[in-house]
Write a protein that binds this ligand. Structure first.
Ligand code: ADP
Ligand code: MG
Length: 391
């Protein structure tokens, strides 16, 4: 049992004056490769990280759901019968939104019957930094989802829980994200990545062998948080939808690399570059999986770099700080690096020899200072287990 889970249990007891029945947790994630492919029905390759959100819970006699978090002040309460997207707001919508979403029909499944569900007291603690691109949002959703699944005896499988998490985020919170983050958080395994086909929603665990090859993934959080991140994300989605419409396909999933010359002849220049990013990025995910299987992680560096160049030049979602993080990490010995996450700020990842993590982080920090940028936050992430019960 982890210390963090025990602390979540102790904090629950201090907050609510009784012991929790259990503690469940779910990790944040980083995306190794496959950016802006998820909502195009393409391929992604994230992994769950060694930073988790813990959810301590006890059932109540009534039908009230009550949630508090160590991270953000305040308490939210709602009766199960009143659950509805418009009745939820603020941070608690991530947690309580899952309780609502689980009862909704999704992907041909009818949705759980909550007629006999008991009320719950929930307390959340988190090691995943909020808004840093490590998906604290999926971590909170998935920790709550596995807890509800067990305490309410729902018997839902992991993919159904992932869909409920996404529905909560899309509708109760109102963030139009894909299903990658929830899948990484629910399906992650130690030293493995989650190879997810967002079109068919099928997932496969791919060994990374980072330990065996003495490699590590270093996160370089630039600290840049652009206000136009949300707008930029929406614009790129719209470009992809326009591209698919003109090419007369349901989504860019159905455009292959060999279709690109035709795409170039019918799309305007900018839309074409957006489409080219998505199509080549999905192909790079498939190549990365093949390379991992055939040659091992030391051989994927160039794919990471090609992914970054595509996001910088074709999708235009990088910023100077991210470009410097990638260029500097590689100049100081990383095997490959790329920005990760939605773009317009946030973090880059670098694949580095485990014994060079500290040195490369220090050099990148020096280069940031020389460029007049604020100091980045550098830390190693370890591919870890997905959501589970801790206590
Ligand atoms: P990211 O997923 O990259 O961390 P998001 O903006 O998607 O960023 O999600 C962050 C939001 O999720 C926070 O602003 C907060 O509303 C909610 N959240 C995440 N973790 C917690 C937590 N432990 N307690 C309360 N709210 C949380
Ligand atoms: Mg998020």
């Amino acid at each position: 049992m982890s210390d963090a889970a025990q602390r979540a249990s102790d904090q629950f007891a201090a907050e609510y004056g009784r012991q929790p029945e259990g503690v469940w947790s779910a990790p944040g994630r980083v995306n190794l490769i496959g950016e802006h492919t998820d909502y195009n029905g393409g391929l992604v390759l994230p992994f769950a990280i060694d930073r988790r959100t813990y959810c301590a819970v006890a059932r109540r006699e009534d039908r009230v759901l009550r949630v508090r978090s160590a991270t953000i002040e305040g308490e939210a309460q709602i009766a199960i019968d009143d659950l509805a997207p418009e009745a939820l707001d603020g941070w608690s919508a991530y947690a309580l939104g899952v309780a609502w979403a689980i009862s909704q029909p999704i992907a041909g499944e009818p949705g759980a019957d909550l007629a006999a569900a008991s009320g719950l007291d929930i307390f959340l603690t988190s090691e995943v930094p909020l808004g840093a691109g490590l998906s604290s949002s999926a971590a909170i959703e998935c920790a709550v989802a596995v807890a509800l699944n067990e305490l309410w005896g729902l018997g839902l499988d992991r993919m159904a829980l992932a869909r409920a998490g996404r529905l909560a985020e899309n509708v109760a919170v109102g963030a139009p994200t894909g299903i990658m983050d929830q899948c990484a958080s629910l399906l992650g395994e130690e030293d493995h990545a989650v190879f997810l086909d967002c079109g068919t929603e099928s997932a496969e665990s791919v060994p990374l062998h980072l330990d065996r090859e003495h490699l590590s993934v270093l996160v370089i959080d630039t600290g840049v948080r652009h206000e136009h991140a949300t707008g930029g994300y929406g614009d790129r989605r719209a470009s992809c939808e326009r591209g698919a419409e003109i090419l007369n396909v349901p989504s860019l999933r159905f455009v292959l690399e060999e279709d690109l010359p035709r795409a170039a002849s019918v799309l305007d220049e900018e839309t074409y570059r957006r489409v080219r990013h998505v199509v080549t990025e999905s192909a790079r995910v498939a190549s990365t999986v093949r390379t991992l299987q055939n040659e091992g992680p030391q051989a994927i560096g160039d794919l990471l770099l090609a992914s970054h160049a595509s996001m910088r030049d074709d999708f235009e979602i990088s910023v100077p700080e991210l470009d410097l993080a990638v260029e500097s990490a590689v100049r100081h010995g990383a095997l490959g690096a790329r920005m990760t996450g939605g773009g317009f700020g946030g973090a880059a990842i670098a694949l580095v020899a485990s014994d060079a993590v500290g040195e490369i982080a220090a050099k990148v920090t020096e280069d940031f200072s020389a460029a007049g940028f604020g100091a980045p936050r550098c830390f190693k992430v370890v591919p870890s287990d997905g959501a589970h019960r801790d206590i």
